[in-house]
Design a binder for this molecule. Structure first.
Ligand SMILES: [Zn+2]
Ligand SMILES: [Zn+2]
Length: 332
């Protein structure tokens, strides 16, 4: 199926609006707040209220000419094109974009996951003709374990090494709050200590209705208080001076990429936690089948394997090769 309404740069031509553009545009729809999707400098931005709040925190109130909030499931008609946002389950406020035009339904997933996560609105399946899906973990080797199993490993290490700080490298938006929420869900009630870079976004999640329990600033705590404690820090802080103030730290890292043992070794991580905010190979295939799409465009990662798989299933499929989406930035 040729797509008359959406081109391969995710430009909805009839209304001159781009989805997650890499450079400033007059009109943009932003799927979520990660920096490779949400950038500053656009004229008008349409997004969920949570994504708008995240963009303002990260880039400042004036980062965009004007914002328009759109609630999930609420259609917006613009010059004969209907836009509706649906939860993507990736991080707080993340959205899939449904574009309807002359009977054709196109869904752009943005980043998404289907595993339940108390820090993100749950993924909704949206039937469509053309599915534009991410494929960050689009290889059969990627089969994410249950995050609860990974958190249980962390809790075991906390019991076994009760005198050591456990520093968990997490990206500041989404992963940090999810790891904290998973710990709380597993019954861990002790204060959790934050690197300063995590504070504002954790506050924002709490303001938006995601409880995270008692959080303290690590830098304010005496070293003895950090023995046996959980400390959440950006990955870059694991190796720098900042972590030297901790008590004989166990270095952990929470990421979908931690399933690649070589990566865990190279990063000197003692406790790799495979916790992903993206669908894995099986969930990608499940989603493609369930949407009923006859055409699939693949972006963001392991495009070729998924394109090959779709063609085997008799679908029309193409890689998009859009520049600017990081598969290894904060996208994990
Ligand atoms: Zn992404
Ligand atoms: Zn993302």
């Amino acid at each position: 199926m040729a797509s008359p309404i959406l081109d391969r740069n995710l430009h909805i031509r009839a209304i001159d609006t781009f989805i997650d553009p890499a450079s400033p545009k007059d009109r943009a729809i932003i799927t979520h707040g990660h920096s490779d999707h949400a950038r500053s400098g656009h004229g008008k931005v349409l997004a969920t209220v949570d994504t708008i709040a995240i963009m303002k925190v990260r880039y400042g109130e004036g980062c965009t000419g004007s914002f328009q909030a759109l609630a999930y499931g609420e259609p917006l008609d613009i010059d004969g094109v209907r836009i509706t946002l649906y939860p993507a389950g990736h991080i707080l406020g993340s959205a899939q974009v449904l574009i309807e035009h002359q009977g054709q339904r196109i869904v752009v997933t943005g980043d998404y996951k289907r595993h339940p996560d108390r820090t993100a609105q749950p993924f909704e399946l949206v039937p469509c003709d053309l599915l534009v899906t991410e494929a960050t973990f689009g290889l059969p080797v990627f089969q994410h374990p249950e995050p609860e199993v990974e958190i249980a490993r962390l809790l075991r290490s906390l019991r076994d090494s009760a005198d050591r700080s456990h520093v968990i490298g997490c990206y500041a938006l989404g992963k940090a709050q999810r790891v904290i929420s998973l710990l709380r869900g597993a019954g861990y009630e002790a204060p959790i200590y934050l690197h300063g870079a995590m504070v504002r976004l954790c506050e924002l999640y709490e303001e938006r209705g995601v409880p995270l329990g008692e959080l303290r600033l690590a830098i304010d705590a005496p070293k003895s208080e950090l023995e046996g404690a959980v400390v959440i820090a950006p990955p870059s802080a694991l190796k720098d001076r900042w972590s030297r103030r901790l008590a004989d730290p166990v270095l952990a890292f929470a990421s979908g990429w931690m399933s690649i043992k070589q990566r865990a070794r190279q990063s000197l991580v003692e406790l790799p936690l495979v916790i992903s905010d993206h669908v894995d190979w099986n969930e990608l295939r499940q989603t493609i089948a369930e949407t009923g799409a006859s055409t699939v465009w693949v972006t963001h990662g392991r495009e070729d394997a998924l394109v090959y798989y779709c063609r085997q299933q008799g679908l029309t499929a193409e890689p998009l090769n859009i520049q600017g989406f990081e598969d290894n930035g904060e996208e994990e």
